[in-house]
Design a binder for this molecule. Structure first.
Ligand code: PLP
Length: 232
């Protein structure tokens, strides 16, 4: 037994408890299974156990597993670093791209979505820690990016996503989550008529703090699928 079903149930319980502490309901928070490095069988098990969506990081891996029927029955999200030349391979196939991190990517997604005659749902990724090694809009540039995106007809911006810097202290990410929550509310008011609905933040080690700060989507990998074994 892989334990995926039990792990999802345990994560849901922790989500519900964290939501309750914040005066919210766990049912309003989307659980995305971060299934990188896990095979099609594990993805199907997670879907059978009621995961809300699966999220992949690499276009190549996503296409291979998609061809094996890994995602049948659940929405598919793209959550990893996206290269411009790979955009056309996922536009119109994935339900939501979490990781739109530059104006060039916005333009390329618009172009490919227009070609296919679809509206692509996206989130804007914010580099909340200002880290060189991470992609994403600087917090102070995100409002301008949202305004630009709002003018592109084949894009639907539905919220923000962030990955804070790695922390060593417990609850170290909380201030970062709170900062992006404020940005999400501000941009929602100024550009989207308060209609943004997805704030994607929190992973296996910190999703409870993300929920405390207002996350509506958490992306959980190892707490569902077990530790990943990196071979290279
Ligand atoms: C892998 C990954 C996750 C999940 O990480 P865990 O720590 O395994 O829960 C979430 N978001 C992104 C973008 C990821 O790449």
């Amino acid at each position: 037994m892989s334990g995926i079903r039990e792990n999802i149930a345990a994560v849901r319980q922790r989500m519900a408890a964290a939501a309750e502490r914040a005066g919210r309901s766990g049912e309003e928070i989307l659980l995305v299974g971060a299934s990188k490095m896990n095979g099609a069988e594990a993805c199907r098990e997670a879907i059978a156990a009621g995961i809300d969506a699966l999220g992949e990081n690499r276009v190549q891996e996503l296409l291979e597993k998609d061809a094996q029927g890994a995602y049948e029955g659940a929405p598919l999200h793209f959550i990893g670093h996206l290269q411009r030349n790979k955009v056309r391979q996922i536009v119109g196939r994935v339900d939501l791209i979490h990781s739109v991190s530059s104006l060039e990517l916005l333009e390329e997604i618009q172009k490919q979505a227009e070609k296919r005659g679809v509206v692509q749902r996206i989130l804007l990724e914010v580099n909340v820690g200002g880290e060189e090694s991470k992609s994403g809009f600087a917090p102070e540039d995100t409002l301008a990016a949202a305004e630009r995106a709002a003018a592109l007809p084949n894009l639907s911006v539905e919220g923000l996503m962030t990955i804070p810097p790695i922390q060593t202290e417990p609850h170290g990410n909380l201030p970062y989550f709170e900062k992006i929550y404020r940005l999400y509310i501000d941009i929602g008011q100024k550009v989207y008529d308060n209609k943004l609905k997805y704030l994607s933040m929190g992973m296996s080690d910190d999703f409870e703090d993300a929920i405390a700060a207002g996350a509506t989507v958490v992306r959980v990998g190892s707490a569902i699928f077990g530790m990943r074994h990196y071979t290279t």
